[in-house]
Write a protein that binds this ligand. Structure first.
Ligand code: 5GP
Ligand code: MN
Length: 335
């Protein structure tokens, strides 16, 4: 993988570009993709953002989100876009399987592939150019760095600033995680100077619940959360019935895994959801507990030191029992 700087001189020649991110894109995946989209459009490229799957409705305020192509609904269009593309940007993931059913198409695409990401253990051999920095708060911060370092900061407008801010805000837990560095705050100051209205972004993302989602959270915290003080661990498990009863849609469970970390003493929060195709795990931790390694080792997943995810093909009951038994190995780290 050649360094990303080698791409800067090539940005002035118009190309056909596809930008994609991980499945079920979150605010960072969608925000970084759309900010890059706006930059490349301004530089004269022909650009399409492709999402491997659908996404949460509370991202639909982002400028140009209506142009994003959902692969699952437009397979032929995405195949031809990838066949004709000169460049493919892969954002906020670092291994093709994070794009689910789109993965084989990305792997086979004949174009130049570019990685911009902040997750651990990148699959660098599959990319021609790129940058992978686990120290970065978010891919949105990295896109901001890309814009500035390539000499294009004058092109940042209010809409791009909102997309970038949304990604950084979401991935830093509203600027509370250790990843919210001085560089992050300096970036936000610069975005404010470009016209960013940050209050509106918070409202779009956090004050945009439907009543059922709020009641679902109440139900889950009352009835589906188990706390083990022996291991300073909270476990939330959500069945298909729960999802159906509250008419839960993509994005409605986002952030739920963070709630138990507000309980005094809790160091590990785990959330498992019984999705149609798999049991999907989310892990969050405080202090020195490494959930990236934990998810990799026990739940076919990965992510970051304090935030990771994984999966299981077992039933909900079986995977929950597996979690309860493996957590015992970590007693000394969690106590
Ligand atoms: P979330 O719990 O919000 O879905 O994911 C937390 C973090 O872990 C995100 O950075 C996400 O990209 C990563 N992650 C989630 N699920 C998986 C997975 O199955 N595999 C890997 N490698 N990373 C994951
Ligand atoms: Mn991210």
């Amino acid at each position: 993988m050649k360094p990303i700087q080698d791409l800067y001189p090539l940005l002035t020649t118009p190309r056909k570009v596809v930008i994609t991110a991980h499945q079920k894109p979150d605010a960072d995946a969608m925000g970084s993709s759309l900010a890059l989209y706006h930059l490349l459009i301004k530089l004269g490229h022909q650009v399409t953002v492709v999402s491997p799957t659908n996404w949460a409705g509370w991202l639909n305020w982002m400028p140009a989100v209506e142009t994003v192509v959902d692969y699952e609904l437009n397979k032929e269009q995405v195949s031809s876009l990838l066949a004709e593309a000169d460049w493919l940007f892969c954002l906020d993931f670092n291994i093709f399987h994070r794009t689910k059913n789109l993965a084989p198409l990305l792997a086979a695409a004949p174009c130049t592939k570019i990685l911009i990401d902040h997750h651990q253990e990148p699959d660098s051999v599959n990319f021609d150019y790129g940058i992978s920095l686990t120290s970065k708060s978010s891919t949105s911060e990295m896109i901001y760095d890309f814009i500035v370092a390539s000499g294009n900061s004058d092109l940042i407008d209010e809409g791009m600033a909102e997309c970038l801010y949304a990604g950084v805000m979401a991935d830093t837990g509203s600027f509370r995680f250790p990843s919210a560095s001085a560089d992050v705050h300096a970036m936000v100051a610069e975005l404010k100077r470009k016209g960013l209205q940050h209050t509106g972004v918070h409202e779009h993302i956090y004050d945009n619940f439907l009543e059922n989602r709020m009641r679902f959270i109440g139900h889950v915290l009352s009835n589906r959360m188990d706390i083990s003080y022996d291991y300073n661990t909270a476990l939330i498990s959500i069945s298909k019935k729960d999802l159906q009863r509250y008419q839960i849609r993509t994005g409605d469970t986002e952030g739920l895994v963070n709630y138990p970390l507000s309980i005094q003493g809790i160091k590990l929060a785990a959330l498992v959801i019984d999705r149609d195709e798999e049991r999907k795990w989310s892990f969050r931790s405080k202090a020195g507990f490494d959930v990236n390694t934990f998810a990799r080792k026990h739940f076919e997943g990965g992510g970051h030191f304090n935030a990771s995810g994984g999966r299981s093909s077992d039933s909900l009951e079986t995977t929950v029992q597996h979690f309860i038994s493996v957590i015992k190995e970590y007693a000394s780290q969690l106590q």
